[in-house]
Design a binder for this molecule. Structure first.
Ligand code: GDP
Length: 200
């Protein structure tokens, strides 16, 4: 199978929807709370240690960051949510931008939602399911930091969360994962590669 991740590199950032690329053939979107390990996940998938650090450099943290993974295909890193430092007005504008992008962008192939396996399905996570539901597109839930649990606990948690999510979002898949230990990396790559191949 073609490995799209190998060629991944930071491409550009956008601050509003008018700046979105016209040429895109497909976008895989990554979202999650700050500190859930979104950058670590992107680095683990691409095998590049500091790739996603670029999205954390000041100024880029409130932007939508595009990583190119092939001819007009992109990984899209949304800003982490949860730690509210921005003033309320700015946050509102920002949320409207993300919501509009997720709902209206036809090029989006699917959403990868990263959560800490020990603290899943918080309010802002649930809000994302609601926003994305009308698109009918798949959500891949990555339960990161599985190394903090025993293997058995992690699998139990994966099953429990999967059952819960399926009750309100059928087009979903849930995976126990550890960016630091490399648990689930191959499975995650396969799934995302499938989204990309189908669009290719
Ligand atoms: P982001 O804010 O969502 O991009 O999260 P980061 O990738 O910066 O990770 C946040 C913190 O969680 C860092 O201290 C990472 O070292 C740690 N972390 C990330 N992935 C894992 C994991 O799989 N296991 C453990 N134990 N820690 C992790």
């Amino acid at each position: 199978m073609k490995d799209f991740f190998k060629t991944c590199k930071f491409d550009f950032s956008v601050a509003n929807l008018k700046q979105l690329p016209g040429q895109s053939l497909g976008e895989v979107v990554f979202a999650g709370r700050s500190n859930s390990g979104k950058s670590s996940l992107i680095n683990a998938l691409t095998g590049k240690k500091n790739l996603a650090r670029s999205s954390k450099t000041p100024g880029r943290t409130q932007l939508i960051n595009f990583f190119s993974i092939g001819e007009n295909l992109f990984l899209v890193d949304l800003p982490g949510y949860g730690y509210a430092k921005a003033p309320k007005g700015i946050k509102k504008n920002w949320e409207a931008l993300i919501t509009s992008y997720l709902i209206n962008r036809a090029e989006i192939l699917g959403l990868v939602l990263i959560m800490d396996i020990r603290h899943p399905l918080q309010d802002r996570d649930l809000a994302l399911f609601d926003i994305f539901l009308p698109t009918g597109k798949p959500i891949f839930v990555v339960l990161n930091k599985a190394d903090k649990l025993s293997r058995q606990q992690a699998l139990f948690q994966q099953r429990k969360i999967d059952e819960n999510i399926k009750s309100f979002y059928l087009n979903s898949q849930v995976l126990a994962f550890s960016a630091t230990r490399g648990i689930g990396v191959e499975t995650a790559k396969k799934l995302i590669n499938r989204w990309l191949t189908e669009s290719d």
